[in-house]
Structures are given as structure tokens and as C-alpha cells.
Design a protein around this ligand. Structure first.
Ligand SMILES: *[C@@H]1O[C@H](CO)[C@@H](O)[C@H](O)[C@H]1NC(C)=O
Ligand SMILES: *[C@@H]1O[C@H](CO)[C@@H](O)[C@H](O)[C@H]1NC(C)=O
Ligand SMILES: *[C@@H]1O[C@H](CO)[C@@H](O)[C@H](O)[C@H]1NC(C)=O
Ligand SMILES: *[C@@H]1O[C@H](CO)[C@@H](O)[C@H](O)[C@H]1NC(C)=O
Length: 416
């Protein structure tokens, strides 16, 4: 019982910290990286994508993708030095999940971070970023700190603009006709949205490897995640009316507090490891102490209130549909009172799905629904470890054994 009470306290503490402190911005305080280093933060938690890649002997390029609606997304290309001349074709795009950035693929370190493992296998790897996170918080017209319009998006717009713009950029830059795409959670869901809404884009991709793909969220088990998203959905109008548009961003107190607590050796595992598992599900020992100390330097990476609200909505319906503005505004925007559903028949690309039985954010029952509704499923793989959960995809120490072999095999199958 004492153990349980302890856990409850931890969750309460973290939830409290996350929700209440989000309004306060720390960007102006002199809490800089030098101060953090002297406090003992692991240096990897303070490095950006290029710096991390360089530190471990990879070459990284920084590119800027500009979407049709003006968002500027920094994306990275990472290459293993000794692969030059023997690259596996075509390029591969790797896309992160909700509240993450490209850095999530490096946080588990060179033995387990999927970006490192893919680069080691000599793929021409491009690691994307979606609007709203700290690498994609720029716009040709809007100032994210001053213009509410910048934050008027959800996965609907990310799928409509960011994913196709990233694909076009990589194809143009590499002079390739097609590429292979790996999407984790939101990175996969936004790909489906693109296929539904942007005819022709699915044809630019040989294979989609969906890691814990998030389309509808009807059966999401995580109580904390459900409550958080549904609460935000209910409060969206009010929050935005008072100018609260951005949420869980890097540099806001919530992230700084997590970063501060979780970098401490004594607290990383009992507090942050436990908190993360209460949020998702228990998989003891899967995320190393080192990764726990590093990952909260890059997570949460920020998104819009509207995007979180869109997730809340998706937990209250059994459909994979667009943002629900309410009957009146829906009629105005969509021409019908209910939000239109995405057309999964247009996801014509061959899809490989990998999921974990113990995933409490994207439930296996929602994966089943996806498999039934996608027209061209090549393979559905349940990760062999029965405790495999949602966060494991980016942060587990076992990705090399549990995910990488199948991902590698399918990428090679679609490389020529
Ligand atoms: C990453 O850090 C390097 C070195 O400090 C800097 O030159 C570069 O602009 C940073 N990249 C991004 C995308 O912030
Ligand atoms: C946000 O975008 C929707 C259309 O997607 C539009 O109807 C609405 O007026 C916009 N809201 C704001 C505050 O600009
Ligand atoms: C394609 O790349 C070239 C340079 O390599 C650039 O000049 C051109 O604008 C790009 N086109 C698109 C559509 O991005
Ligand atoms: C992680 O740290 C905890 C103490 O905080 C310790 O009990 C545990 O053995 C460590 N795990 C590993 C794999 O080192």
C-alpha cells in the first residue's frame, strides 16, 4: 500500500507541475546551459540534434522546409561517416510523435536510438520535425510569441502541409523519385491524413512503416493521458480566449522542471521512470537511467492547445475524423454538422505496422481497427516483448533487438 500511495503522490506531483506551471515562461530567466552543466545535467540533455550526431561520430546536415502555409521546419539529415559511397537507396524519412522532436530518435544513445541504428545501416536518413516543436517554431509571417494564428493547427494541418512538404523537399534535394517513410504515433497518423487529403502523395512513398501508429484513439487506456487531453479539449475555447495557445513547450516551466528533476541521478529512476510508466504502462528496466536523465532535456517539445484538444476529441469518438468545431462552425467550415472522416481507402501505399501489446496510449484494439480499414497492409507485427509500450519505440534500450531488425528488413525490401 505504501508503494501505491507513493506512486499516487508522484503522479499528482508531476501532473500538478505540468498543468499549473505551463503558463509561466522561463525563457527570460538566466537559467542557461552553462548553469545547467555546473548543476550536473548530463551534457547530452543540453545538446541539439547536430551536436549529438557529431559527438557520436555522425555527420548531420540542417535543412529548412517551408510549407505552403508558411511554417518553417528544420529537418536533419544524418549520415554515418564510413557509409559514403555505399548508401542504401532511396532516402528514408523518420518522423517523431506527439510532443517530441527529431531529438527523440537520439536520446536513447548510439546503441539504441533508431536514428543512429538506421544511419549505421547506411540509409540516407532524414529526420523530420512537425510544426510547433522547438525546431519548427518559425513562420514566414507569424511570430509564434505574438501571433495566435501561428498556433491555430492540429494534426489535421500537419498532415495536410508538413508531411507533404517534407517529402517534396527530400525528393527534390536527393533527386529521387520515391522514398521510404517511418512514422511513430502522430508521425504515422499525419501520414494517413496526408494520403486521405492530398491525392498523389501516397504514390511518392514505397512503404510506410508505422510504429505504434496513432489514427483514432477510442480505446486509449492511460487514465492520465485521457484526462489531460479530454480536459484540454473541454477547455480549449476558454484557454485560447485568454491567449493560451502553446502548450508543453521546451523552456516553459513544466519542461524545465522535468529537466531539472529528471537529470538527478537519485530521482531519474524512482520519480521520472515511475511517472513515465504510470503515464504509459509498466515495463521495468526498459528505459535506461541514462536515457531518463537525457530525454527530458528534449521532451516535451511543444505543440498547440488545439492539437492536444484534437487528441481529446479523438478519445471520445470511434472515428478517425477532422477537428470538431461544434455543429454550427462545422457547417460553415466543412459544409456539414459533423466533422468529415478521413478516407483510409486512399492510403494506397503498402503499410507495415509494428505495435506493442502493453501500449496504453495507442491501444491494440485501435490498431486492429486501423488494420481492418487500411487497404494495403503488408504486415502487422506485434513486438515480441509482451511488455512493449508506447514510449519504448523511441526510448527503450531494447529497440535494437525488438524493432530494428524488422524495420531494417522492410527498408531493404523497398530499396533498390
Ligand atoms: C545546433 O547547435 C549548433 C552548435 O551550437 C548550432 O550551430 C546550430 O545552429 C544548432 N542547430 C539548431 C537547429 O538549432
Ligand atoms: C482557425 O482555423 C479555422 C479553420 O481551420 C478557422 O475557422 C478559425 O477561424 C481559425 N481561428 C482563429 C482564432 O484564427
Ligand atoms: C529543388 O531544389 C533546387 C535546388 O537543388 C531548388 O532550386 C528548387 O527550388 C527546389 N524545388 C522545390 C520545389 O523545392
Ligand atoms: C537506476 O537507478 C536506480 C536508483 O535510482 C537503481 O536502483 C537501478 O539499479 C539503476 N538501474 C540501472 C540499470 O543501473
Amino acid at each position: 500500500m505504501a508503494f501505491k500511495a507513493n506512486l499516487t503522490l508522484n503522479v499528482l506531483f508531476i501532473s500538478f507541475a505540468l498543468i499549473l506551471t505551463n503558463v509561466i515562461r522561463l525563457r527570460l530567466l538566466p537559467f542557461n546551459d552553462d548553469a545547467k552543466r555546473s548543476l550536473g545535467y548530463p551534457s547530452d540533455s543540453l545538446l541539439n540534434f547536430t551536436e549529438l550526431a557529431t559527438e557520436y561520430g555522425y555527420r548531420s546536415e540542417e535543412h529548412t522546409v517551408v510549407t505552403e502555409d508558411g511554417y518553417m521546419l528544420t529537418i536533419f539529415r544524418i549520415v554515418k561517416q564510413n557509409c559514403q559511397g555505399v548508401m542504401n537507396g532511396p532516402p528514408v524519412v523518420l518522423m517523431h510523435g506527439l510532443l517530441q522532436s527529431s531529438d527523440a530518435w537520439l536520446d536513447a544513445g548510439p546503441d539504441a536510438g533508431l536514428a543512429y541504428l538506421l544511419a549505421d545501416a547506411c540509409f540516407d536518413l532524414w529526420v523530420g520535425n512537425q510544426r510547433g516543436n522547438y525546431y519548427a517554431r518559425r513562420h514566414v509571417r507569424y511570430d509564434p510569441d505574438a501571433d495566435a494564428d501561428f498556433w491555430n493547427f492540429s494534426v489535421d494541418e500537419i498532415g495536410l502541409y508538413d508531411v507533404p512538404a517534407t517529402i517534396d523537399y527530400v525528393l527534390n534535394h536527393t533527386h529521387s523519385e520515391k522514398l521510404n517513410f517511418i512514422g511513430y504515433s502522430q508521425g504515422s497518423g499525419t501520414f494517413f491524413i496526408m494520403c486521405s487529403e492530398r491525392p498523389g502523395y501516397c504514390d511518392k512513398v514505397n512503404v510506410l512503416i508505422g510504429l505504434a501508429p496513432a489514427a483514432r484513439q477510442t480505446y486509449t487506456k492511460s487514465v492520465i493521458y485521457r484526462i489531460a487531453c479530454i480536459t484540454i479539449a473541454g477547455m480549449e475555447g476558454m484557454l485560447r480566449a485568454v491567449g493560451f495557445e502553446e502548450i508543453f513547450s521546451k523552456g516553459q516551466l513544466s519542461q524545465e522542471l522535468l529537466g531539472f528533476i529528471c537529470q538527478m541521478k537519485a530521482l531519474a529512476e524512482p520519480l521520472c521512470g515511475t511517472g513515465e510508466q504510470l503515464f504509459d504502462s509498466f515495463h521495468p528496466g526498459s528505459i535506461s537511467n541514462r536515457t531518463l536523465r537525457v530525454m527530458f532535456g528534449h521532451f516535451p517539445a511543444g505543440t498547440s492547445v488545439r492539437n492536444m484538444a484534437r487528441y481529446g476529441q479523438s478519445m471520445l469518438t470511434d472515428k478517425f475524423q477532422k477537428f470538431d468545431f461544434g455543429a454550427e462552425k462545422n457547417s460553415l467550415i466543412y459544409g456539414e454538422e459533423r466533422p468529415p472522416q478521413y478516407n483510409m481507402n486512399r492510403v494506397t501505399v503498402p503499410v507495415v505496422i509494428m505495435y506493442g501489446l502493453n501500449d496504453h496510449l495507442v491501444d491494440p484494439k485501435d490498431i486492429d481497427w486501423l488494420v481492418e480499414n487500411l487497404p494495403n497492409v503488408l504486415s502487422v507485427k506485434r513486438v515480441a516483448d509482451p511488455l512493449w509500450n508506447h514510449f519504448d519505440v523511441t526510448y527503450s534500450r531494447y529497440t535494437g533487438k525488438m524493432l530494428f531488425p524488422a524495420v531494417h528488413r522492410y527498408l531493404l525490401k523497398f530499396s533498390s
